[in-house]
Design a protein around this ligand. Structure first.
Ligand SMILES: [Zn+2]
Ligand SMILES: [Zn+2]
Length: 304
C-alpha cells in the first residue's frame, strides 16, 4: 500500500463510543491509520566501480548518482520489485566516473522510455564532467541549496572531496528523510547536523585504515584516499555516525566499501556498536558493488 492519509473515526469499533445524549465522545478521537506510506531505499550499486541509489515513496522518487549503465539500473530495480517505481529526478553528487559514467545515456533512456527528468548537480560538477557524460536536462544548484522538485524536498550539502564542487544529497518525501553521504575525506559538523533528522542513511564506510596502509595500492593513491578530500575510513564514518545519528534513524546502509581495503564485517561491526552505544535501534545493512541489495522499506507518517 502506498497511499497517504489518517482519518479520525468515532463510534466504530476502533474508535471511542458516544453515549446517547452526549454530544462528545468519552475519550478523545482515536486516530486510525487507514492508509500507510512506505519509503523505499534501494542501493542498486555502491563502490568505486559505480554508484546508484533509488529513493521513493510509491508516488515519487529519485535516483542518486548514475554510475552504472541504464540497463543495469532497469534490471536491478526490476529485481527489487521497483519495475515501475517513479523517477522524477536524478541527483548527481560529483563528476567522478563511478557517479556520472551512465548519466548521459540514462537521460536519453528516461526521455525515450518514460519522460525527460532533471539531472540536478552543481555547475562545478557539470564543468568537471567529461562531455560524453553530461546528461541532457542538467539543472544547476549551489552547494547548500534546499529546494523542491516534484514535491520532493532536496538539500544539497557540501562535502570535502577532490572534485570541483561535490555535494551529498538529503531527500525529504512522504514525511521521511533519507540522505546519501559518500565520497568525503573527513567528517564535518555540517554533515553530522544534516543527518540528525534522517530516517535512513546511506553512509560511506570506505576503508579500514590499517588494511589501506598495508595494502597493494601505490603510495600516491593511499595518500589520496586517506587525505582530507578522499574517502571516509571506517573509524571516521563511525565518528560521524556517533555524532549525527538521531532518534528517527531506522536504517543505515554502509556504502562505497573498498573491495581491496575493507571487509564488510569490520564495517558492520563498527557501525552496529556505535549505534548500540548511542542507544539508537537502527538496522545496519551492507551494500554491494555488482548487485543491488534488497530494498529497505519503512512505514512513515505522511504528516510527520
Ligand atoms: Zn565514488
Ligand atoms: Zn568520488
Amino acid at each position: 500500500m502506498l497511499f497517504t492519509g489518517f482519518i479520525h473515526l468515532s463510534g466504530l469499533s476502533a474508535g471511542p463510543m458516544v453515549r446517547p445524549g452526549r454530544s462528545r465522545p468519552l475519550a478523545g478521537p482515536t486516530t486510525v491509520p487507514l492508509f500507510r506510506r512506505e519509503l523505499v531505499i534501494c542501493s542498486l550499486s555502491s563502490g568505486s566501480s559505480g554508484n546508484c541509489t533509488y529513493i521513493g515513496d510509491g508516488h515519487r522518487g529519485v535516483l542518486v548518482d548514475a554510475g552504472i549503465s541504464p540497463r543495469q539500473v532497469e534490471i536491478r530495480m526490476e529485481d527489487q520489485g521497483l519495475k515501475n517505481a517513479p523517477i522524477n529526478a536524478v541527483l548527481i553528487t560529483h563528476e567522478h566516473q563511478d557517479h556520472v559514467g551512465g548519466a548521459a545515456v540514462l537521460a536519453r533512456q528516461l526521455a525515450k522510455k518514460r519522460k525527460p527528468v532533471p539531472f540536478w548537480m552543481t555547475r562545478g560538477t557539470w564543468e568537471g564532467c567529461k562531455p560524453a557524460c553530461r546528461p541532457d536536462g542538467a539543472e544547476f544548484i549551489e552547494a547548500g541549496d534546499a529546494f523542491f522538485c516534484a514535491d520532493i524536498g532536496l538539500d544539497a550539502i557540501p562535502v570535502p572531496h577532490d572534485t570541483v564542487d561535490p555535494i551529498a544529497w538529503r531527500v525529504r518525501l512522504g514525511g521521511a528523510c533519507a540522505a546519501v553521504i559518500t565520497d568525503l575525506g573527513r567528517p564535518t559538523k555540517l554533515i553530522a547536523r544534516s543527518m540528525q533528522d534522517c530516517d535512513a542513511l546511506v553512509l560511506e564506510f570506505n576503508h579500514d585504515e590499517q588494511m589501506l596502509l598495508d595494502g597493494p595500492y601505490p603510495l600516491h593513491l593511499k595518500q589520496r584516499i586517506r587525505g582530507n578530500h578522499g574517502h571516509l575510513s571506517n573509524s571516521q564514518a563511525a565518528e560521524i555516525l556517533a555524532d549525527g545519528a538521531g532518534p528517527k534513524l531506522q536504517h543505515v546502509l554502509l556504502a562505497h566499501l573498498s573491495e581491496e581495503n575493507n571487509r564488510p564485517e569490520i564495517a558492520r561491526e563498527l557501525a552496529t556498536s556505535v549505534l548500540a552505544r548511542g542507544g539508537w535501534p537502527a538496522t545496519v545493512h551492507l551494500t554491494r558493488q555488482r548487485a543491488a541489495v534488497p530494498a529497505v522499506r519503512m512505514d512513515v507518517n505522511p504528516f510527520g
